[in-house]
Design a protein around this ligand. Structure first.
Ligand SMILES: Cc1cc2nc3c(=O)[nH]c(=O)nc-3n(C[C@H](O)[C@H](O)[C@H](O)COP(=O)(O)OP(=O)(O)OC[C@H]3O[C@@H](n4cnc5c(N)ncnc54)[C@H](O)[C@@H]3O)c2cc1C
Length: 225
C-alpha cells in the first residue's frame, strides 16, 4: 500500500488558530493571522480543542492518495460520510491483470496462502472469460473484496480526528488501521499543533471507551513525541 498526503490547506494551523481566537477577540481573523506565532497558535488552538470546541479545525482540509489497498478497505473508508472521494473505476479500468491483497493472517500460513492464491487465480480466469462475453461492468461482479484499488480522499481536520479515533484503534481491522496510522503520521507532520493529541481514544482521550471489548493495550507508539 502507498499513502501520500497530496495537498492540504495552506497555513492550516495559523488559519484555524486565528479563526478560533476570533471567537474571543474584538479583532477579526484577518488581523489575528498577522499577529500569529507558534506560541500563540498553541494557546489559541489548545484551549478550544481541550474544551471540545472542535469546529475550529473544520477550516483545514487534507487530501490523501491511498493506493494498492483492497476494495474491502475502501468499503470501510467510504462509510465516513464527511469526506470527499474519487475511486478507481472497475468499469473504465481494465481489471484483467489487477492485483489483490493477501491479509497478513493468511500470508503467515503457507497452506492457507496457497489455497487463497489458487482461488484468486480461478476468479480472474472466470473474469477474463466473462469479460469476452459481457460488458466489464457486469463481469466485475465476480471480482473479490481483495481486489486492489486506488482512492483519493479529502477530510477536514475534525473528521480526520474522528476517523483516527475509530480507525487507529486496535479494534479496527488491520489493513485500514495501517492506512489510518500512516495518515495520522502525515497529518501530524503537516500540522503538529492540530494533530498532536489525535489517535485512538486511549491517546486522544487518555482512556478507552470500549469497556469489556477493550484490548487493554494503549497504543503508546502513536503518542506525539
Ligand atoms: C471497529 C469497527 C467496527 C464496525 N463494524 C460495523 C458493522 O458491523 N456494520 C456496519 O454497518 N458498520 C460498522 N462499522 C462502521 C461504523 O458503524 C460507521 O459507519 C463508520 O465507522 C463511520 O463512522 P461515523 O458514522 O461515526 O462517522 P462519519 O460518517 O465519519 O461522520 C462523522 C460524525 O458526523 C456525525 N454524522 C454523520 N452523518 C450523520 C447523520 N446522518 N446523522 C447524524 N450524525 C451524523 C456523527 O457524529 C458522526 O460520528 C464499524 C466501524 C468500526 C470502527
Amino acid at each position: 500500500m502507498r499513502v501520500t498526503l497530496l495537498s492540504y490547506t495552506k497555513d492550516a494551523e495559523r488559519l484555524c488558530a486565528s479563526a478560533a481566537h476570533s471567537c474571543y477577540s474584538s479583532k477579526g481573523a484577518s488581523d489575528l493571522m498577522e499577529e500569529w506565532d507558534e506560541r500563540k497558535g498553541a494557546r489559541w488552538l489548545g484551549i478550544p480543542l481541550a474544551s471540545g470546541h472542535q469546529s475550529v479545525i473544520e477550516h483545514a482540509s487534507y487530501t490523501f492518495s491511498i493506493e494498492g489497498v483492497s476494495r474491502s478497505l475502501t468499503h470501510q473508508l467510504v462509510r465516513h460520510r464527511l469526506a470527499s472521494y474519487s475511486q478507481m473505476s472497475q468499469r473504465y479500468v481494465d481489471m484483467k491483470n489487477a492485483d489483490y491483497v493477501v491479509p497478513r493472517s493468511i500470508s503467515s500460513d503457507p497452506l492457507l496462502e496457497e489455497r487463497y492464491r489458487a482461488l484468486m487465480e480461478r476468479i480472474w480466469e472466470e473474469y477474463r472469460e466473462l469479460s469476452k462475453k459481457v460488458p466489464v461492468e457486469d463481469a466485475r461482479y465476480v471480482l473479490p473484496n481483495a481486489c486492489t484499488t486506488n482512492i483519493t480522499v479529502t477530510m477536514n481536520a475534525r473528521e480526520l480526528w474522528h476517523f483516527f479515533e475509530l480507525r487507529t484503534c486496535r479494534r479496527a481491522q488491520e489493513e485500514i488501521r495501517e492506512v489510518a496510522d500512516q495518515m495520522l503520521f502525515l497529518a501530524r507532520e503537516a500540522s503538529p499543533l492540530i494533530f498532536k493529541d489525535a489517535g485512538p481514544p486511549c491517546i486522544s482521550k487518555g482512556k478507552c471507551p470500549e469497556g469489556k471489548m477493550s484490548c487493554g493495550k494503549p497504543r503508546k507508539e502513536l503518542r506525539a513525541l
